[in-house]
Design a protein around this ligand. Structure first.
Ligand code: SF4
Ligand code: SF4
Ligand code: SF4
Length: 311
């Protein structure tokens, strides 16, 4: 502590920057935070290159480069408590899908193929130090607290920071997104899976009952369910529930397919097959973590390879 204030370092690794924006986007509550927290290092607020000794360190993003690995290790050395903040830090995040491709394929796609980013210049791999796959931070350093979410909702950010200042455990339940969703699950005669871009879903009925894949029931609530309450299926951006993480035979596709098959006339195996064929969508946020990747039922690299080979 510095006086009565908690000394805070934050650092971003491989990420989109959204989690750092979420921290400084607490609106008037940021004033309550800065009353009690001394922000020593924060890439969006300070220009501090080294890593001062701190009480709390917030790490956003995952590890994909030598720089990320070095930064995470320095933060661990200098901060008493490390928070893995955001889904990238906790599970690898959206760019974990890179595990289905080599680094060369990714660099070629970005710098030679994609119309909006292609250029004659490809950064030298010695300079970027790009690692082979995305790694969640707790596979490299010890983590004390986890706050998934893409980004986490301001409600959970404020609660976590307040708890740290007050020296108590943050209040964060284990509800699923369904707990905050206003839609009702009901049995229907729906016989086919509907793609998200097709048709207009009814407002008050669960997406699963209407044939749309929604991951709310397999996703931890760190967002207060904005998507299903505004007409959009949950894509699981806050990461899986504790049940899925802790039970080797529980999996996103098996849980969703069982629930959806009970609500509709769609066969469970049809739903499983559909989700495997769109694994990059339905496993997008957590496929890089060993907690998901090491499941006995999990063959995500094979599913993606089959789709890309046109099988
Ligand atoms: S968790 Fe989401 S918002 Fe946060 S850095 Fe990763 S992609 Fe961005
Ligand atoms: S599965 Fe989706 S639509 Fe259905 S209750 Fe859960 S969050 Fe709402
Ligand atoms: S409802 Fe689902 S997709 Fe939307 S913010 Fe929450 S976890 Fe993410």
């Amino acid at each position: 502590m510095s006086g009565d204030k908690v000394r805070l370092n934050t650092e971003w690794l491989c990420d989109c920057g959204g989690c750092h924006v979420a921290i400084v986007d607490l609106h008037e509550k940021i004033l309550q935070v800065v009353e009690n927290i001394e922000i020593q290092k924060c890439p969006v607020l300070t220009d501090v290159k080294d890593y001062p000794e701190a009480d709390v360190g917030i790490l956003t993003g995952s590890i994909r480069t030598e720089h990320d690995r070095h930064a995470a290790e320095e933060m661990r050395k200098k901060c008493k408590t490390i928070i893995a903040f955001g889904t990238c830090a906790v599970y690898g995040g959206l760019h974990g899908a890179g595990l289905a491709h080599t680094s060369e394929e990714i660099m070629d796609y970005v710098y030679k193929t994609t119309p909006t980013t292609k250029t004659d210049f490809i950064p030298d791999s010695d300079i970027t130090g790009l690692e082979h796959v995305v790694t969640p931070i707790d596979e490299v350093i010890d983590v004390d607290l986890y706050l998934p979410g893409c980004p986490p909702h301001a409600h959970f950010i404020f609660e976590s920071l307040s708890a740290l200042v007050e020296g108590r455990t943050p209040k964060a339940g284990q509800d699923t997104v369904c707990a905050g969703c206003k839609r009702t699950m009901k049995k229907t005669e729906v016989a086919e899976i509907v793609n998200s871009q097709d048709g207009i879903a009814e407002d008050d009925v669960c997406f699963l009952s209407q044939g749309y894949i929604c991951l709310g029931s397999v996703t931890l609530d760190r967002c207060l369910a904005p998507c299903p309450n505004h007409g959009i299926m949950c894509t699981g951006c806050a990461g899986p529930t504790m049940q899925i993480l802790s039970e080797p035979n529980h999996d996103i596709r098996t849980e969703v397919s069982e629930r959806m098959a009970r609500l509709t006339k769609i066969d469970k195996d049809t739903i499983i097959s559909h989700m495997e064929k769109s694994a990059k969508t339905h496993y997008a946020y957590a496929m890089a973590t060993k907690m998901i990747g090491n499941k006995p039922t999990f063959l995500i690299q094979q599913w993606i390879a089959d789709v890309e080979a046109g099988k």
